[in-house]
Write a protein that binds this ligand. Structure first.
Ligand code: GDP
Length: 198
């Protein structure tokens, strides 16, 4: 069985105090609401309904941790960017994300999920600007790549590469990029294993 096929729900946290104790290396997924983040996690793990986002804007959402056995964990953050979310919820999301990214010792890397048709929105840019001075492994997944024409592919990649060095076109429908993304993330988990050199 591949690393990702082992995925099983581990824990849900509405605030940092509820994060499960640190254990295996973790890969965090962040992205705007509706960008295809849940579908990407489901495609990577080969599950149809492992991750499912609440479609209710403004509803308190949780960080979901998925266990990949000893190899690692996937950590799915609530989507950002809903215009109708009240400021208090937005501030809560920022606290949750920043406390995780700054303090989690077992963080192996971060996947920023963006829509291939309009990557690096102002909200994505805010996140990427915050990340820029903080060295960590980062992969941009450009989802819904099946909706791009051939002519749109290279510009989408080039535009995103200005903000994130490592970019993959991805589709949970055509499954483009699934094998390559798995390969990258498994490599991160191996490199982040306790005892392995950074
Ligand atoms: P999330 O809010 O980021 O978790 O987004 P979801 O994974 O729930 O997807 C939002 C919508 O986009 C759903 O209607 C999905 O069916 C659709 N979607 C997600 N990924 C893809 C993709 O790769 N291609 C296409 N065409 N649609 C997708």
């Amino acid at each position: 069985m591949t690393t990702f096929a082992r995925a099983a729900f581990l824990a849900s946290a509405g605030q940092s105090a509820e994060f499960p104790p640190e254990g295996a290396p973790e890969i965090a997924f962040l992205g705007r609401s509706n960008v295809g983040k849940s579908s990407a996690i489901n495609a990577l793990t080969g599950r149809r309904r492992l991750a499912f986002a609440s479609k209710t804007p403004g509803r308190t959402q949780t960080v979901n941790f998925y266990d990949l056995g000893e190899a690692g964990r996937l950590v799915d953050f609530p989507g950002y960017g809903y215009a109708r979310v009240p400021q208090s919820e937005r501030a809560k999301w920022e606290r949750l994300v920043s406390s995780y990214l700054l303090e989690r010792n077992t963080l192996a890397g971060l996947v920023v999920v963006m829509d291939a048709r309009h990557p690096v929105t102002p909200q994505d840019e805010r996140l990427l600007d915050w990340l820029a001075p903080r060295p960590m492994r980062c992969l941009a997944l450009l989802t819904k790549a099946d909706k791009l024409s051939r002519a749109e592919r290279a510009p989408a990649l080039a535009h995103t590469r200005r903000a994130v060095a490592d970019v993959l076109l991805f589709s949970s429908v055509s499954r483009e990029g699934v094998i390559e993304a798995r390969r990258r993330l498994v490599q991160w988990l191996l490199e982040a294993r306790p005892g392995s050199r950074k």
